[in-house]
Design a protein around this ligand. Structure first.
Ligand code: HSE
Length: 308
């Protein structure tokens, strides 16, 4: 028996919501999990590239594979161990670009295996296993639930989360560069400690952002998409981020420009066709800096992982 699932890409942080906010995008990986017929055949992991632009050679095909790790934790949860299993990952989400490709693989393996086992784990358990493998819940929550999600890992390892309706007129443009940035490198540049002033700044912006989404208030959203906890430390790693942020500040119908997850993708949030009106200048800024980007504008993906 085998089960295949489709998992959306995700963009985490959304400016001030470091490690707690994220949203789903309509780009997908497919993960198939099957119990192999030949006992003793062990683990088999196959990666199929849907989009040849992105290098997936770095994805491990042994016990270090993230889908496998998540499946192993699920089996532990039901008091069993994984024996013979085949995992096939069909990738279309760019790897190491800040679009949740690792979260999609974790969530895909986990949900497909949960279906195979007759759904022993509920949504909350799935979220807590996926967050344990990923280290933070901000990508895995929208990968599972779709839409815009707020999430937090509690002291006991459980995950608290909620999904908030995202205004349909707020469009999401991703600028995906042709280079990779490992999340571990993007996290290594963050300081161990920040000032109370910077922490308070992010608390207010994040609180305002949630209110702006609830009330679909574009002006408040513009004021909210600011951050002092991670972006200032990462911007040297993200070509063009500083220049684009400066250019887009105060442009009509541009709500904000943020680093997608740990980068290097840049996420621009605009109202209706706001991005279209600045696209030529954005292209020029990037080409002056010799940055090649695949630029795509999406509506939010409101559906999370689904069995196909
Ligand atoms: N919140 C995470 C970070 C997302 O910014 O490092 C990357 O996986």
């Amino acid at each position: 028996m085998k089960v295949s699932v489709r998992v959306p890409a995700t963009s985490a942080n959304i400016g001030p919501g470091f490690d707690c906010l994220g949203l789903a995008l309509p780009l997908y990986n497919e993960v198939t999990v099957e119990e192999t017929v030949m006992p003793g055949s062990g683990i088999e992991i196959n990666i199929i590239e849907d989009n040849e632009t992105y290098d997936v050679l770095s994805v491990p095909k042994d016990e270090n594979n993230l889908a496998y790790k998540a499946i192993e934790l699920l089996y532990n949860f039901i008091g069993q161990s994984v024996s013979d299993i085949k995992i096939t990952i069909k990738t279309n989400i760019p790897v190491a670009r800040g679009l949740g490709s690792s979260a999609s693989v974790i969530v895909g393996g986990l949900i497909a295996a949960n279906e195979l086992l007759g759904r022993p784990a509920d949504e909350k358990v799935l979220l807590s296993i996926a967050s344990e493998v990923e280290g933070h819940p901000d990508n895995v929550a929208p990968a599972i639930l779709g839409g815009f999600c707020v999430s937090s890992i509690e002291n006991d390892g459980s995950v608290s989360y909620s999904k908030i309706e995202w205004p349909s007129e707020w469009k999401l443009t991703v600028l995906v560069p042709d280079y990779e940035l490992d999340t571990s490198i993007a996290r290594s540049v963050l300081p161990e400690k920040v000032s109370i002033k910077d922490a308070a700044y992010n608390v207010r912006k994040c609180a305002m952002l949630i209110d702006a989404v609830y009330r679909k208030d574009s002006e408040l959203m513009k004021l909210s998409l600011k951050d002092k906890l991670h972006q200032p430390y990462r911007e040297d790693l993200i070509k063009g981020f500083r220049e684009l942020s400066e250019y887009l500040e105060n442009k009509e119908d541009i709500l904000g420009c943020v680093i997608s997850g740990a980068g290097p993708t840049i996420l621009i949030i605009s109202k209706n066709d706001g991005f279209h009106r600045v696209q030529n200048e954005v292209d020029k800024i990037l080409s002056d800096l010799n940055v090649e980007c695949d630029i795509r504008t999406f509506n939010i993906e409101n559906e999370g992982t689904k069995v196909i």
